[in-house]
Ligand binder design. Structure first.
Ligand SMILES: [Ca+2]
Ligand SMILES: [Ca+2]
Ligand SMILES: [Ca+2]
Ligand SMILES: [Ca+2]
Ligand SMILES: [Zn+2]
Length: 371
């Protein structure tokens, strides 16, 4: 007991010598804030990556180096949710945080949600939240304007138009059960990644007033009728319930090769259904066709991980979907060689996990509303 007191006089759980060590690091990196051996530094965020000092130490990150993105979300609940539902909603975000931490291989997590209960759907207040939970059930979750998370972060005009739409229930699942779906939507909202369960070949159906895109489930079924086995991408942007990781360059090598080899069969199948298709490229993923800029240079045809790497890494400024020059300012070391990676390491294979229970550290701010 006596020893512990000596080493951590301020009681913030960070040993005295560690605070001095971190201060040296902060100084070297040019940050102005310092740990104070006489004061509680738990809640500070001296490297500005969005994750509090104590959380970084608990999960094995560095509080003096921007090495994990802390995502902060505001959430409006469009009905008078009871305690049980609010608990399920919070659990949903805790678990979603862990899925995001997994698919970014430890480089992003949700650090804070500000929930307001009982907000009138469609009101001006409703539209001032990044995530909106509608009172009804639905069989799909939606993101309006991928990447617009950064409009909110930068407080840009028109940010209200970009948001994540959740529902009281997704199918018959409550948020604590559909958290993988939330993590998929944050893939769109925060990182600008596109879907990998559908192609970019879509058409407008006048009768139903809906867009229809060729999906890989449909393609799988059509090909299986012809005894052809089709392999889908093993990614969370394809099937959130089944897969946990993001696509890498290698995935697209074999996936697009497969489309190329099946080109004639696919063109025949979908031409018969009235689609205007003439090349394997019509069957590539919605994500693959995303166009964005890095340091003002146009980029297209990349895997999800390459895009996420550029957004997170301080070497690049990413512009996409009307949001200019975004970068989370992090230093990534995905190959663990103690040197910051300048690009996604060649032949990078996403890690399983990490599972550090980061959801436990989610900070929840709660406000009761009245309609
Ligand atoms: Ca201290
Ligand atoms: Ca921090
Ligand atoms: Ca850090
Ligand atoms: Ca992972
Ligand atoms: Zn999606």
């Amino acid at each position: 007991m006596f020893l512990i007191k000596l080493n951590d006089a301020d009681g913030d759980g960070i040993p005295f010598y560690k605070e001095l060590e971190l201060n040296k690091e902060l100084e070297e990196r040019g940050y102005s804030e310092r740990f104070n051996p006489k004061e509680n530094d738990m809640y500070g965020d001296y490297d500005g990556d969005g994750v509090p000092n104590s959380v970084e130490l608990f999960i094995g990150k560095d509080p003096a180096k921007p090495d994990v993105l802390g995502i902060k979300l505001t959430v409006a609940v469009g009905f008078n949710a009871n305690q049980t539902y609010l608990t399920q909603l919070i659990k949903g975000f805790q678990r979603a945080s862990q899925v995001v931490y997994d698919y970014t291989d430890g480089y992003a997590m949700i650090t804070e949600i500000s929930i307001k209960n009982n907000v009138q759907v469609g009101s001006e207040e409703w539209e001032s939240y990044m995530v909106r939970v509608k009172p009804e059930s639905n069989d799909t979750l939606l993101t309006y304007h991928g990447f617009w998370y950064w409009k909110w972060v930068k407080n840009l005009p028109g940010k209200e138009g970009g948001y994540v739409l959740l529902f009281r229930e997704f199918g018959d699942k409550t948020p604590d059960e559909y958290y993988r779906g939330i993590a998929h939507e944050l893939g769109h909202f925060v990182f600008g990644i596109g879907d990998e369960y559908i192609t970019h070949t879509c058409r407008y159906i006048i009768e139903s007033r809906e867009w229809e895109c060729i999906s890989y489930d449909n393609m799988t079924a059509e090909l299986s009728k012809r005894d052809i086995n089709f392999i889908q991408l093993p990614t969370i942007m394809n099937k959130a319930e089944k897969f946990s990781e993001l696509s890498i360059p290698h995935n697209y090598q074999w996936f697009n090769q497969q489309l190329y080899e099946l080109q004639n069969t696919l063109i025949q199948i979908y031409t018969d259904y009235g689609w205007d298709v003439n090349s394997w490229e019509n069957f590539t993923t919605a994500h693959w066709e995303i166009k964005f800029q890095i340091n003002s240079q146009g980029v297209t045809h990349t895997s999800a991980w390459e895009m996420v790497f550029d957004i997170l890494s301080k070497d690049y400024l990413v512009s996409f979907n009307g949001v200019q020059n975004i970068n989370a300012g992090l230093e990534l070391d995905l190959d663990f060689n103690n040197t910051r990676d300048e690009r996604l390491p060649f032949d990078y294979i996403p890690r399983t996990g990490p599972y550090t229970g980061v959801g436990y550290y989610l900070r929840v701010l709660y406000q009761e509303g009245s309609q």
